[in-house]
Write a protein that binds this ligand. Structure first.
Ligand SMILES: *[C@@H]1O[C@H](CO)[C@@H](O)[C@H](O)[C@H]1NC(C)=O
Ligand SMILES: *[C@@H]1O[C@H](CO)[C@@H](O)[C@H](O)[C@H]1NC(C)=O
Length: 137
């Protein structure tokens, strides 16, 4: 966690490389995406706001090819159980904002995709669904 904070600080100071991505909503219900911050070869931060409190959540990533979602599995399905990986803790409270984070420096070679991220509660109700172009490297 200390390393994560330090890395975050360094990236903040380096700041210039970070930028906000254009994203499309694909059916958000219990929350909405505020912004998607992308640092090439660094991290992706999906900032979202909750409209309802949920106790626990799952995260799904798909790769959109020809308009259709295909599999693009993430290492963990539970979004709140891996603080050191996704930076998220549950419960997620009404009105509050959170970041779902993903380390992008994990794939070789560089891999570009249109990704769809779906955060759901454990009853399978959608919190947010958002899709955008980004890359791993
Ligand atoms: C979320 O649910 C999973 C599966 O039931 C459980 O293992 C996990 O501990 C729960 N996480 C939280 C933060 O409640
Ligand atoms: C989410 O991360 C962005 C930077 O990527 C930051 O500007 C924003 O304040 C963070 N939001 C929360 C709720 O932590």
């Amino acid at each position: 966690m200390y390393v994560r904070s330090l890395l975050f600080l360094v990236l903040c100071l380096a700041g210039a490389n970070s930028h906000l991505l254009k994203f499309e909503d694909c059916g958000s219900v219990k929350g909405k995406v505020i912004q998607v911050d992308f640092v090439p070869c660094g991290y992706l931060n999906i900032e979202f706001q909750m409209f309802e409190t949920v106790q626990n959540a799952t995260i799904l990533m798909n790769q959109i090819v020809d308009g259709k979602p295909g599999p693009a599995p993430l290492p963990y399905i539970y979004a709140c159980n891996q603080w050191d990986f996704y930076g998220l803790r549950c419960p997620l409270h009404t009105g509050k904002r959170y970041n779902f984070s993903l380390d992008l420096a994990q794939e070789e070679p560089e891999f570009h995709l249109k990704g769809r991220f779906t955060l759901k509660d454990l009853s399978d109700h959608i919190i947010f669904c958002s899709q955008f172009n980004f890359w791993f490297c």
